[in-house]
Design a protein around this ligand. Structure first.
Ligand SMILES: [Zn+2]
Length: 151
């Protein structure tokens, strides 16, 4: 019998490597979870391993503002015949904070953005599926990648 990972002729163990049951040698068994000799209860199905998303991907998944959001806010406010002061009072921000937001000097917190959206009837958040789509387009993981990811 040969190890299914390195091909070495050795005494093999059954191990669960990334959800796939394999016969591996002692050395390679560390890449997975060694299974007991007797089949464990069938309830213990191998769990699909969640992809190790990087922190960056999580960052990308935050709500993004549309390009030119400051201008969009200003135009919508002017269209509504509202002064910065009036708008500030309605969304709970100071007049000069509104000015900074309109100049994109200040990225308002999501809660404030939502208030502005509601007040002016505009939408300021972008669809943020970009990060996820990027992930889907990635080439399928090879066993080598999976082993690297284990570390
Ligand atoms: Zn091996």
């Amino acid at each position: 019998m040969r190890c299914e990972i390195c091909g070495k002729e050795a005494k093999l163990k059954r191990a669960l490597v990334e959800g796939v049951e394999m016969l591996v040698c002692q050395d390679c068994s560390k890449y997975g979870m060694v299974l007991p000799e007797k089949r464990a209860s069938p309830v213990l199905k191998p769990k699909k391993k969640t992809l190790p998303y990087s922190r960056d991907v999580f960052e990308e998944m935050k709500q993004e503002l549309v390009p030119g959001w400051g201008k969009k806010i200003r135009e919508a406010r002017e269209k509504a015949g509202m002064t910065r002061e009036e708008m500030g009072a309605k969304v709970g921000e100071k007049t000069n904070t509104i000015a900074k937001i309109e100049n994109e000097e200040l990225r308002p917190p999501d809660a404030t953005v939502k208030k502005i959206e509601k007040l002016l009837g505009i939408s300021l958040f972008q669809e943020v599926e970009g990060g996820v789509i990027k992930k889907k387009e990635a080439r399928p993981l090879t066993l080598g990648d999976l082993i690297k990811n284990e570390k």
